[in-house]
Design a protein around this ligand. Structure first.
Ligand SMILES: C[S@@+](CC[C@H](N)C(=O)[O-])C[C@H]1O[C@@H](n2cnc3c(N)ncnc32)[C@H](O)[C@@H]1O
Length: 203
């Protein structure tokens, strides 16, 4: 299929999409917000939470949602891309996998973090298998960071893809956390291999 035909199809799909329209009505920067909202409604992830790290935050809809859930100013959002300023969010533009970026997150918080979420995904190169492997690596790196920086009762949530590294990620999560659930919100497109892992309480 030619490139301009693919983008026309994408635009038409966006126009028809309920969540895209809803996000515009509610003033969210992306339809992705409804995935986090569903995860929150099911797993009550913001209960007794004072500090959050949002990894892969651009264009910022998860961070926007967080500001309605947390009253303190302890929300740190990281992305390779700069996105429009959101009130009460400390934004870091950088590559999360860089040690300097991790140090900036550590330095911002005076104590352990309550919730770390990652919606990080590589920009697609057209090869879904490679994308899913690289995104799996990002998830494992975020999980490793979470084991160092999370409060013992904290929660780690990450996007993962049903693919080659899925079993490895779930096994690693079960080794590190007491409760591990895999959940695909209705807002996650049915034809996408994307799903989410919700990990609670460090072992
Ligand atoms: C699906 S989008 C996130 C959408 C976001 N949750 C929202 O609600 O608007 C994935 C993001 O991950 C970011 N990303 C990918 N690799 C990254 C990395 N190594 N460090 C930081 N951000 C990364 C991309 O730049 C992209 O903006």
């Amino acid at each position: 299929m030619k490139k301009n035909k693919i983008s026309k199809n994408w635009i038409n799909k966006q126009r028809r999409d309920f969540y895209v329209r809803q996000s515009k009505i509610e003033g969210f920067n992306s339809r992705a917000v409804y995935k986090l909202k569903e995860i929150d409604e099911k797993f009550k992830i913001f209960k007794n939470i004072n500090s959050v790290v949002d990894l892969g935050a651009a264009p910022g809809s998860w961070s926007q949602y967080m500001t309605s859930k947390i009253k303190s100013e302890k929300i740190v959002s990281i992305d390779l891309l700069k996105f429009e300023k959101i009130k009460n969010i400390h934004q870091i533009v950088g590559d999360f996998t860089d040690q300097s970026c991790k140090n900036r997150i550590r330095n911002y918080f005076e104590k352990k973090i309550d919730l770390i979420v990652s919606d990080m995904a590589v920009n697609t190169i057209g090869n879904k298998n490679i994308d899913s492997i690289v995104t799996g690596d990002l998830c494992l790196e975020a999980m490793n960071f979470a084991t160092e920086e999370l409060d013992k009762k904290g929660t780690f949530i990450s996007k993962i893809f049903m693919g080659s590294s899925f079993n490895e990620i779930v096994a690693e999560a079960k080794r590190l956390f007491k409760s591990v659930r895999v959940y695909k919100p209705a807002a996650s497109r049915k034809n996408s291999k994307e799903t989410f892992i919700i990990c609670k309480i460090l072992k």
